[in-house]
Write a protein that binds this ligand. Structure first.
Ligand code: IMP
Length: 201
């Protein structure tokens, strides 16, 4: 395996239009002296997610942003995988919320597809972070957090499916959790720890 390419400070495009992800990635990058610029601030379009895996989608978003901006870009492709639903919604997590990005609707769909048998069912979040450079090189890293689903949804601190996900070892949902605690163990924080170790620290 070749040595990962390193990133040395300066400007970086965060290749996401999702406010929850932008806030969390901003928090994670904050201590490392980068100037993080959201893709929307540069007027970059949201590419269609045509990949079949989290990694493929993360790579296509990071490459699109790096090429369009001429800057290194960090993308996030993530989602909730419910074991009893064969891993759904998985890479379709955002799409289950529909055009209106209504996550109340997406959470009710999970509840309905489980026939209401939601309490305690096992699930995990996956996040692939890809760092891409304008010359076409990329590095990708995956993080995962295991937990259980709960119903009804609880908490308004997070985003997406946070109100129905209780991480292992905790009794509260990601939606009820202080952001600093979520950043200690989330799928995104675990992927970011690998980005740091391989490409930044
Ligand atoms: P995508 O990566 O743009 O396809 O979107 C991933 C979707 O997964 C988001 O819109 C969220 O609904 C969901 N998701 C990913 N990470 C989290 C998280 O940390 N909390 C709650 N939902 C998440």
């Amino acid at each position: 395996m070749s040595t990962p390419r390193r990133l040395t400070g300066g400007r970086i495009v965060v290749a996401s239009h999702n406010k929850g992800k932008l806030r969390e990635i901003g928090d994670l990058l904050d201590p490392f002296g980068f100037e993080a610029i959201a893709a929307s601030m540069l007027g970059l379009p949201e590419p269609e997610e045509t990949g079949k895996t989290f990694a493929e989608n993360a790579q296509l978003k990071a490459h699109a942003a790096a090429m369009a901006s001429g800057l290194p870009a960090l993308s996030d492709d993530s989602g909730l995988c419910v074991d009893a639903l064969g891993g759904a919604p998985g890479i379709y997590s955002a799409r289950w919320a529909g055009e209106a990005k209504d996550f109340g609707l997406a959470m009710r769909r999970i509840h309905a597809e489980l026939g209401g048998a939601m309490e305690g069912t096992s699930a995990h979040f996956i996040c692939v972070l890809t760092l891409a450079w304008p010359d076409g090189h990329h590095e990708s890293f995956e993080g995962r957090v295991d937990g259980r689903l709960t119903w009804p949804p609880r908490g308004d601190r997070g985003f997406g499916y946070d109100p129905i996900f209780v991480p292992e070892g905790y009794a509260i949902t990601f939606g009820e959790m202080e952001p600093e605690i979520k950043h200690q163990m989330s799928h995104r924080a675990r992927a970011f720890a690998q980005v740091l170790k391989a490409c930044i620290a």
